[in-house]
Design a binder for this molecule. Structure first.
Ligand SMILES: [Fe+2]
Length: 150
């Protein structure tokens, strides 16, 4: 598995969590799924910024795509923070979840359709596999650090 497969899998997992939130029929389930979503998105964005984007910036030509992707991460995380202040039973919560879903969908489409093909052209498979291990290691480290704190 290379880093692109790994990131794609995470995107699919986050999409599944959105579906879980939409299907939740009680507040406890909703709350639980939302917390999982928030944690996954924050970890995903953090590790992409640590492991993925810096390597992409080394070949330079696609910095605009990366800037856009990072800007979208910021928007996604801001929206997450706003949602965290809302009651899960409010209409505003549902509306903001839909807004978040749209932002996220747009972001992953751009990554998967535009950025990933550039990555395949510029970064060898061996390097992409190595990046996958780094990505996984950084993620489990960060996940255990945050669970100690939180
Ligand atoms: Fe991303």
């Amino acid at each position: 598995m290379d880093i692109l497969d790994l990131i794609k899998n995470e995107h699919r997992w986050i999409e599944a969590l959105f579906l879980e939130i939409e299907a939740a029929n009680d507040t406890a389930k909703l709350y639980n799924s939302f917390n999982q979503l928030a944690e996954e998105i924050n970890l995903h964005a953090e590790i992409e910024a640590q492991i993925f984007y810096p390597v992409l910036r080394q070949w330079g030509s696609e910095n605009k795509l990366i800037d856009t992707a990072q800007g979208e991460h910021d928007e996604v995380r801001q929206t997450l923070e706003e949602i965290e202040t809302l009651s899960p039973t409010s209409e505003e919560f549902q509306a903001q979840i839909q807004a978040l879903k749209q932002l996220f969908q747009h972001h992953i489409q751009e990554e998967e359709n535009e950025l990933f093909s550039q990555v395949r052209q510029h970064i060898s498979e061996a390097k992409r596999r190595q990046m996958a291990s780094e990505f996984a290691a950084a993620k489990s480290k960060l996940a255990s650090d945050t669970s100690v704190v939180g």
